[in-house]
Design a protein around this ligand. Structure first.
Ligand SMILES: [Zn+2]
Length: 105
């Protein structure tokens, strides 16, 4: 499933409710889910629960993007599709470039 296909499914499933709720309130729900993911990462939990929390955070982020009229597929490709947005490398070479600059400078 592509990001755009996932966004469409989430939009079809929750879009109407989430638009009525608005960006601010939906952001609060998203934050709460991020908190649950943090607890799952830090605490003792089952692999299944961890998977569940990752999926929930992704779903809330996705619905938030839809309400804000953000095409996630588009922004993900624009920003990260060619690697690190700063150094343009895959994998990111920002630390190595910084170290080289210190050595030369
Ligand atoms: Zn980088």
């Amino acid at each position: 499933m592509k990001i755009s296909e996932f966004q469409k499914v989430i939009e079809d499933t929750y879009g109407e409710k989430d638009r009525k709720r608005g960006v601010e309130s939906t952001f609060l729900w998203f934050s709460e889910e991020v908190g649950e993911l943090a607890r799952a990462i830090n605490g003792r939990t089952t692999r299944e629960n961890l998977r569940h929390e990752f999926a929930d955070v992704l779903a809330w982020l996705t619905t938030l993007a839809s309400i804000a009229n953000i095409d996630l597929q588009e922004v993900a490709e624009e920003r990260y599709g060619k690697g690190c947005p700063r150094c343009k490398a895959i994998p990111c070479m920002c630390d190595e470039i910084k170290q080289r600059a210190y050595r030369c400078g």
